[in-house]
Ligand binder design. Structure first.
Ligand SMILES: [Zn+2]
Ligand SMILES: [Zn+2]
Length: 76
């Protein structure tokens, strides 16, 4: 992997590249996650894409919320 900018990492960036598949928890760059992506259109995530912790998922009337103990909540 070559980065277009060297050392230009923004601290506290809220939109990090997902490192793990949020459905199966495997590294996002490993294998194919087409099935996961299809399932994720219907289901909430199970793993944090940043740290691979199991998410605490709550189903709410409007959909769901998923909460990572490390990274906080993501909605929708
Ligand atoms: Zn996957
Ligand atoms: Zn996390």
């Amino acid at each position: 992997m070559t980065a277009p900018h060297d050392g230009a990492v923004t601290p506290g960036a809220t939109r990090a590249e997902p490192r793990y598949c949020d459905r199966c928890g495997e590294p996002a760059a490993t294998g194919t996650h087409d099935g996961c992506a299809r399932a994720r259109a219907l289901e909430p995530p199970r793993y944090c894409p940043a740290c691979r912790r199991r998410l605490v998922v709550q189903v709410v009337p409007t959909g769901w919320t998923a909460h990572c103990a490390e990274h906080g909540a993501s909605i929708g």
